[in-house]
Design a protein around this ligand. Structure first.
Ligand SMILES: *Cc1c(COP(=O)(O)O)cnc(C)c1O
Length: 480
């Protein structure tokens, strides 16, 4: 079997290089596949009319929920509306082949270099790699860069990454995959980094700190300069989880806050729809000192003779992290978005922050808001004590929102808030949408106190009511 794949792979490369190959010989392929893997009867494919097939998939798609059919305030995920025209842009490059020589696809490489420059400008960093395919993949890439940096300096004892307890689950997971030990620190009572806990945590084993700012509570880290100072003084680097960049674009730059490495999620902030599982893109940006460690290939201006080149000859690079050049189509959409907004990215962030604060203030008398101060692009609330006494918990509120036509917010995250409900409206929602959502949340709060059974029964409008979440996770049935 492996040989069969090898043959196909080699042929595809040779084919590209212009070799004259005879047609693929199917009987020969048969010999390469062991008998036990060969089908011994014809497949029984269902035969149905096109219209029945169309109806089947159309009806399935109608059961789906997306930004195109309703408000989707899923905290931390930035489920904003992505202009449809940006979806058409990658098709302009449909004729390119990933094995094409760099000098025959220089326009595409120039586009990558331009995106690199724009993202570096927005984040205050020196250079990006566009290779990683997701935020978590960017985290792994950034942490491998941090590891290589310390190793190159023969600073081998730096094996610990510090992660606050409010962090996204991917942060400790990526640090662990990159070979680090994790030291978790508690957040301060105001939701920020506890400076004393940080001072106590750093030492000669510190490789770095991972942080998102604004935090997963939607709060801006006011002591960020001091946090950076403490980590740098201890010899560590600062990693910025850029999933919350939608709150600060064009307003404040992670590079100026003191961060050394970061990832962005193009599929959150820069115009690629998500929620269905990809493809995504998680570019990593670094300060000048870390450029030598970026994964290959690195896109550079061709100083000698104009145009853009791909540099593979990078002795300190962490190596490749993805085949070819990353998810190019997603990068094209980010470029279209950045060109059409220009300096407007600042206004996008400001409106995202305004919208989140608007909802927060309009809900604060009926929900518990554990960190009730000016928030950034999202905020966390929770059921009140009175609701919990009536037996109404976060899950009930989320299900009741489904009946009212909303995708529920993120729930039970961040973990440090009991029964958390994390609301992120984004900049693309109108005042009317926000007002209707606020009314729905207020109606649910009223039901929770006056008629808790109604909230417990939700959802009643969906094809599936309340699935057995634990059973589904522990004993999944993945086939029909
Ligand atoms: C979404 C997210 C990630 C992970 O990004 P993926 O693209 O889903 O891998 C990391 N951190 C935070 C805070 C996030 O919201």
């Amino acid at each position: 079997m492996r040989e069969a794949y090898k043959l196909i792979f080699e042929r595809s490369i040779q084919g590209h290089k212009g070799y004259d190959l005879p047609a693929l010989d199917v009987p020969q392929m048969d010999k390469l596949i062991p008998d036990e893997y060969l089908a011994d009867a014809d497949l029984e494919l269902p035969e149905i009319a096109e219209i029945d097939l169309v109806r089947h998939y159309t009806n399935l798609s109608r059961r789906n929920f997306g930004v195109d059919n309703g408000f989707y305030p899923l905290g931390s995920c930035t489920m904003k509306y992505n202009p449809k025209i940006n979806e058409e842009m990658p098709a302009l490059f449909n004729n390119l082949h990933p094995y094409a020589d760099a000098d025959t696809v220089n326009g595409a490489l120039e586009l990558m270099l331009n995106v690199d420059k724009m993202l570096s400008e927005i984040t205050g960093m020196a250079k990006c790699t566009l290779s990683p395919a997701a935020g978590a993949h960017g985290e792994l890439t950034g942490l491998m860069i941090i590891r290589k940096y310390h190793e190159t300096r023969e600073d081998y004892d730096r094996k610990t990454i510090i992660v606050p307890d409010a962090a996204h689950g991917t942060n400790p997971a990526s640090a662990s995959m990159a070979g680090f030990k994790i030291k978790e620190i508690k957040s301060a009572p105001d939701g920020g980094v506890d400076l004393d806990a940080l001072r106590a945590a750093v030492g000669p084993d510190t490789a770095g700190l991972m942080l998102t700012n604004p935090s997963t509570l939607g709060l801006f880290e006011r002591n960020i300069k001091e946090v950076a100072q403490i980590v740098h003084d201890a010899g560590g680097l600062l990693y910025y989880d850029g999933a919350n960049l939608n709150a600060v674009m064009g307003v404040v730059r992670p590079g100026d806050m003191g961060f050394d490495v970061l990832h962005m999620n193009l599929h959150k902030t820069f115009s690629t729809p998500h929620g269905g599982g990809g493809p995504g893109s998680g570019p990593v940006a670094v300060k000048a000192e870390l450029i030598p460690y970026l994964p290959t290939p690195v896109v550079f201006e061709n100083e000698c003779c104009g145009g853009v080149k791909l540099d593979y000859d990078r002795p300190l690079s962490i190596g490749r992290v993805k085949n070819f050049y990353g998810n190019f189509g997603v990068i094209v959409k980010a470029y279209a978005y950045l060109l059409s907004l220009g300096r407007g990215v600042r206004e996008a962030s400001q409106n995202a922050v305004l919208n989140a604060n608007y909802i927060r203030v309009k809900l604060k008398d009926v929900y518990d808001i554990p960190y009730d101060r000016i928030c950034m692009h999202e905020f966390v609330c929770a059921p009140t004590k009175e609701m919990i006494e009536k037996g109404v918990v976060t899950n009930d509120i989320a299900k009741a929102l489904i009946d009212r036509g909303y995708h529920p917010p993120t729930v039970h995250f961040p973990l440090i808030v009991h029964e958390a409900i994390m609301i992120e409206p984004t900049e693309t929602e109108s005042r009317e949408t926000l007002d209707e959502f606020i009314q729905a949340m207020r109606d649910i709060a009223k039901d929770a106190i006056e008629n808790p059974d109604k909230v417990h029964a939700a959802p009643v409008t969906t094809p599936v009511g309340r699935p057995d979440d634990v059973g589904a996770a522990k004993n999944p049935i993945v086939k029909f």
